[in-house]
Write a protein that binds this ligand. Structure first.
Ligand SMILES: O=C(O)c1ccccc1NCC(=O)[C@H](O)[C@H](O)COP(=O)(O)O
Length: 215
């Protein structure tokens, strides 16, 4: 089970998530998010992400090529795009700058649920309000379940992630609000508990093998 912890704000957050076994770490640049980081803080945080953990820049409603340039310049491994109906040409332009694109969308919006439909390496199915801690109706997956590298997100927490994995059968999970003590403040105990619960909820996969799948 691939696990991404999103919206980290300090090097201590990164240390805890990585030591807990997170496979990816998300840093948010968005003027409208409580987790939005000033660009002056981002380089030090990206540089702190250890080898073997995917660093992901998360943006909201930003033109894809512009976001890819920012992500590449800041040294991110991957870019997660939220908040607008991106098209294939826009993704192709962005991929020419940073190849590892993650497409985030809500199933309620009726998106193309084929992983890679726009050239992305990962599809993230989230609630319509990203980063809000809201769950969504997983029965929507009954007729539109993706195959391959897709992440379940939206209202996950240590106490519900195992059940959500059993229901949705994703390749990986993503969390933000559910591991916070206050909006934008990560609770390190909850981060550890979430990663442990997610990793033990599915057949164990060696961390290196999981990372290699991304290659
Ligand atoms: O986290 C945010 O504040 C955010 C803002 C704007 C776009 C995306 C954002 N987060 C993206 C994520 O990957 C979150 O982890 C995901 O939406 C799940 O969030 P939550 O329901 O709070 O666990």
């Amino acid at each position: 089970m691939f696990v991404k912890v999103c919206g980290l704000a300090t090097t201590a957050d990164i240390d805890v998530a990585a030591e807990a076994g997170a496979d990816a770490i998300g840093l948010v640049i968005s003027g409208t998010s409580v987790r939005g980081l000033g660009r002056d803080r981002v380089p030090g945080l990206v540089a702190h992400v250890p080898d073997g953990v995917v660093s992901v820049l998360v943006v909201n409603d930003t033109p894809a090529a512009e976001a890819a340039r920012i992500a590449a310049d800041l040294g991110f491994d991957a870019l997660q795009l939220h908040g607008r109906a991106y098209g294939r040409a826009e993704f192709e332009a962005a991929a020419g700058i940073l190849p590892r694109l993650w497409r985030a969308t809500a199933l309620a919006d009726g998106p193309d649920t084929r992983v890679g439909a726009l050239g992305e390496e990962v599809l993230l199915l989230d609630s319509p309000k990203a980063g809000s801690g809201s769950r969504w109706d997983l029965s929507l997956l009954d007729t539109a379940r993706p195959e391959g590298h897709w992440l379940l997100a939206g209202g996950l927490a240590p106490g519900n992630v195992a059940e959500a994995i059993a229901t949705a059968r994703p390749w990986g999970v993503d969390v933000s609000s559910g591991v916070e003590s206050a909006p934008g403040v990560k609770d390190h105990g909850l981060v550890r508990a979430f990663v442990a619960a997610a990793k033990s909820a599915a057949p164990a996969q060696p961390r290196d093998a999981s990372a290699r799948q991304y290659g």
